[in-house]
Design a protein around this ligand. Sequence first.
Ligand code: GRF
Length: 219
Amino acid sequence: MSRARLGVLVSGSGSNLQALLDACASDGFPAEVACVVSNVPTAYALERARAAGVPAVVVDHKALASKADFERALLGVLREARVEWVCLAGFMRLLSADFLGQFPGRVLNIHPSLLPAFPGLHAQRQALERGVKVTGCTVHFVDAGTDTGPIIGQAAVPVLPDDDEKSLSARILAEEHRLYPLAVRLAVTGQVSLDGARTRVAAQATTGELALRSPGAPK
Ligand code: GRF
């Protein structure tokens, strides 16, 4: 069976990109990374892509006159690489409804909180400031809002008394790296899909090793 072609959009370190690259390199994974695009020329994620032999392209929003120009250039790169699914992985630009309409139900994002709590920037800092005892990460379908799209999966972690932003971010990131490949697998195989403003989950995605659950569901 042919593998789904992912375009991964990044702006920074790219540890989630790495998790996707590693998953795609594993036996039987139903997707491959067809290209990586960064809006930041110095992003370390670009090195990770090159090291994995994946085309790494910079589309620098600062070098383009408007958001429309940026998105046109981005779309050109993704089309050229025959990308079918778009995965945002630490990508720090908001995409317009027009752009998202080019990949209907096929744009995913990962965010370091249990949405709808703490959308936007500095989610871990927001969690610490509010004193929550549990936080985590969320993979969701992307809509034109900020971290508002229908949720595919979440993983929870404790917030410990001595945590600072760095320690909490690291604990969440470890879960992100587990959750994103799992969510991508479920999405590209159609076990989760966008149904209007909701996520539809096929029965086979609710049990067994692919089940999206954290903490674990009762056996
Ligand atoms: C992650 O915490 C992700 O959830 C958020 O930005 C961070 C990106 O980290 N959207 P990395 O670039 O994948 O290491």
